[in-house]
Write a protein that binds this ligand. Structure first.
Ligand code: ADP
Ligand code: ZN
Ligand code: ZN
Length: 758
């Protein structure tokens, strides 16, 4: 007998090992094993399959050293998803394993689960009459009576009876119950002796405990109810549905209903969100409904936290609801009913580095397919691909075009910066209109969001005499000045450098900085509004754990007046008191050399605008641009998604881009520019022989060297027609890459693929 074993190495698929006789009867697919690999180092791997025919290659087949536990740690369906990812996104199965398993599962040895004592009502009391009779029988023992009352309240037992849904019963720990009811353990034991309650062991996640005990449901508005009904209807015959709901239309409440419906059927829900939207705001709202039936999985979870959620999901009592970031698609699933992908257009669903370079939205659709579950994609600004799929009828479509509470979408005013500068009345970076609006908001105790999609202080530093621009030592990119540490930073490799005392080119002493990053905007705000309390939300202010949440909570609670940020301020955040949103410079978003540039610019601007005027009254957005006549600007102003979509579709068709063509980028990297050039040329030639005209390149990308590695890029466009088998394309590409790296001198070129790049 032999086993195919997945190892956490970035090459190949799986590796064949012989199964020693001692474990031949107990080894199963998904089990963890320890095997010798390479220079007889031991690695931990996962059994992918068992078989009797070793591939007849020349290698000597080694034996599994040890079976680490007889129970599988990965389910068969999870393995199917891993294989799909490795195949579709063209990476090693070991890369997927590394991304999927919490590090503690990858390591050898077993892990302990923490347990605590919980209390519940006896099952026979799940009946109105039985419960009432029990209460009556306790009339003469008031302390027992009171304790049972408290337990009913804390477990939401009566609500669960009313809705005839046991899944709504909440977990209550013995300690919590005794504390809140202020009674002694003796009273509790008295109830236990009478068979009214049960005490049992419960596996807990310490940091995920909650106190909420009421199912806190808001009545849906008519349009929310209608959208909900439509989604349920579509899901009865289609697996994927898009909820296209404008900002602040109350999509979350609809998700909550769908999750409850799934819970009532004993099914689980995976709710994906971009990292920043997963702050306390949304988790608190969901916590009020789902209490400790909900697990939260974000990228800042510690290894121990990851492991606990992982184990809980493999136990008999998994969380009904997991709210998480893209990597939560790898959590084990028992009985998955629904995957919600909120803000489905978000680019952060795509992992850029390292492999697997997967898109969690698209992978979620495959995950749901494997489990026969449904998918709901939600967005106010859907991705072109998703909307296209609804027009083809592949996905269902539900529209919600009213904000909750009848609040109007914000008024968007365009300010032509070009004109103001010409007339010398623009006091950078704020137009008079924006400055006046900010003034008024502050006077009325209302809030302002300023959006500038550049961090740091000044994006351009230049020698006044000769025009020399400081660049990174390790990357081919100019440096950004940061005021905080008074250094020049590289936004690609993260290194920082001191400001040169004089220009290394001409010896001049006048180095000037131009342009505005978020840091400088904050300084300018302080100059004009010294009393305003400001906060900045960008990569630099959110490096530590908890810093996102603090900045967002402070703003939500009115502790700050003006929030300045990069695109981070646009992501699904809900603030009640924002009167004004300033988009300081739309042009940087419109100028990027990328076929998705306009789609992204629309999404970013519409989303950030959507933070204005959500609860009380109509908000106001001021959009500053030098390109006021660009059609995209009026599409944003009118909230005209459809025009943006149609225009982009025309362009995509004309220039052979997705969704008409599938796109795969081939990236080549090497420290030596000569080597990378040679490899790229050979790769391109072979690709052209295999695929013909759809091959573009090799290109020097805009940043052609990062961290000392020279980079080349080749694009492959394949018609998205059924005549060309994507599997064949991927197979050929892999073979070609192997051909290139088998050439002496080129073997150390790093070649990797980015499928469906963003
Ligand atoms: P979206 O995600 O569509 O932008 P949210 O779900 O954040 O919108 O809802 C916007 C605001 O409206 C939130 O403050 C939310 O609490 C409120 N809201 C939505 N639906 C309801 C409802 N049915 N009852 C009361 N408040 C609601
Ligand atoms: Zn100079
Ligand atoms: Zn650098």
């Amino acid at each position: 007998m032999y086993a195919e074993v997945i190892l956490p190495v970035p090459v190949g698929r799986s590796f064949t090992y012989a199964i020693p006789a001692v474990c031949a009867d107990i080894i199963k697919v998904g089990c963890k094993v320890s095997v010798p690999f390479g220079r007889n180092k031991l690695h931990t791997g996962i059994v992918l399959s068992l078989h009797e025919n070793p591939c007849s290659n020349a290698f000597e087949i080694k034996e599994i050293r040890e079976l680490l536990g007889s129970e599988p740690v990965v389910g068969e369906k999870d393995l199917r998803l891993w294989e799909w990812i490795a195949d579709y996104y063209m990476c090693a199965l070991g890369d997927v394993m590394k991304a999927a398993l919490p590090s503690a599962v990858k390591q050898t040895g077993n892990v302990k689960v923490k347990k605590e004592l919980h209390v519940k009502l006896a099952d026979r009391l799940f009946d109105k009459t039985a419960l009432n009779e029990t209460f009556e029988s306790l009339q003469k023992t008031p302390r027992r009576y009171a304790l049972l009352r408290k337990l009913v309240e804390m477990t939401s037992f009566d609500t669960a009876i009313k809705l005839n849904n046991r899944n709504l019963i909440r977990q209550v720990s013995r300690a919590q119950l005794l504390h809140e009811s202020n009674t002694s353990a003796a009273v509790l034991l008295g109830l236990k002796a009478k068979g009214i309650i049960e005490i049992y062991e419960y596996e807990v996640l310490p940091q995920q405990n909650s106190t909420g005990s009421i199912v806190d449901m808001l009545p849906l508005s008519d349009s929310q109810q209608k959208a909900l009904d439509e989604i349920v209807n579509i899901h009865s015959h289609k697996s994927v549905c898009l909820l296209h709901g404008v900002t602040s239309s109350g999509k979350t409440e609809i998700y909550i209903r769908l999750i409850l419906q799934m819970a009532a059927q004993g099914k689980q829900v995976l709710y994906l969100l971009p990292e920043i939207a997963l702050t306390t705001q949304i988790t608190q709202r969901l916590r009020r409904v789902f209490g400790d039936e909900m697990g939260v999985y974000h990228s800042r979870c510690t290894d121990a936290e990851r492991l606990e959620i992982w184990q809980k999901q493999r136990s008999d009592k998994p969380f009904q609801l997991i709210v998480g970031v893209r990597s939560s698609i790898f959590l084990p699933q028992k009985n998955l009913g629904l995957v919600i992908v909120d803000e489905e257009h978000e680019t952060s669903y795509k992992q850029q580095e390292p492999a697997p370079r997967y898109n969690a939205r698209d992978t979620a659709i495959m995950l749901a397919h494997i489990h026969n579950a449904r998918v709901l994609l939600g967005s106010a600004t859907p991705s072109i691909e998703t909307y296209h799929n609804t027009t083809l009828g592949k996905y269902g479509y539900v529209k919600l075009d009213q904000r909750y509470g009848g609040i109007m979408l914000p008024q968007i005013d365009v300010v032509d910066v070009q004109d103001l500068v010409r007339r010398k009345i623009m006091n950078q970076p704020f137009s008079p209109m924006l400055e006046q609006e900010m003034q008024q908001a502050l006077e009325h105790g209302e809030q302002v969001i300023l959006f500038q999609n550049r961090r740091g202080y000044a994006p351009v530093v230049e020698c006044v005499q000769c025009g020399w621009i400081p660049t990174c030592e390790y990357c081919d990119v100019s440096l950004t000045y940061h005021h905080e540490d008074q250094k020049l930073h590289c936004h690609y490799c993260g290194n920082s450098f001191p400001i040169p005392a004089k220009c290394p080119n001409c010896g001049g002493h006048d180095l000037r900085s131009y342009g505005f990053g978020t840091e400088k905007i904050e300084v300018e705000v302080h100059k004009r509004f010294p009393k305003a309390r400001t906060a900045r939300l960008d990569l630099d202010t959110t490096r530590s754990r908890g810093s996102y949440s603090k900045i967002i909570d402070d703003f939500a609670q009115g502790k700050t007046d003006i929030l300045i940020g990069t695109q981070m301020v646009s992501k699904g955040l809900d603030f009640g008191n924002v009167r004004t949103v300033g988009i300081l410079d739309a042009d940087t978003m419109l100028n990027r050399p990328d076929f998705r540039c306009h789609e992204r610019a629309y999404q970013m601007m519409a989303q950030v605008a959507g933070r204005a005027g959500r609860r009380n009254r109509r908000g106001h957005v001021i959009l500053q641009t030098r390109r006021a006549d660009n059609p995209l600007i009026s599409q944003v102003v009118n909230g005209d998604y459809i025009s943006m979509f149609q225009e982009q579709m025309l362009q995509r068709q004309q220039f052979y881009y997705p969704p008409f063509y599938r796109l795969i980028y081939v990236w080549l990297k090497h420290r030596n520019e000569v080597v990378v050039n040679k490899s790229a040329l050979m790769m391109t030639r072979l690709m052209q022989q295999a695929f013909g005209g759809g091959v573009l390149g090799p290109d020097r990308p805009a940043v052609a060297r990062i961290n000392m590695l020279h980079i080349r890029k080749i694009a492959l466009k394949v018609a998205a027609s059924p005549r060309v088998s994507p599997t064949e394309v991927r197979k050929k590409l892999r073979t070609i890459a192997e051909q290139v790296t088998s050439v002496p001198g080129l073997h150390s070129t790093m070649i990797f693929f980015d499928v469906d790049p963003l």
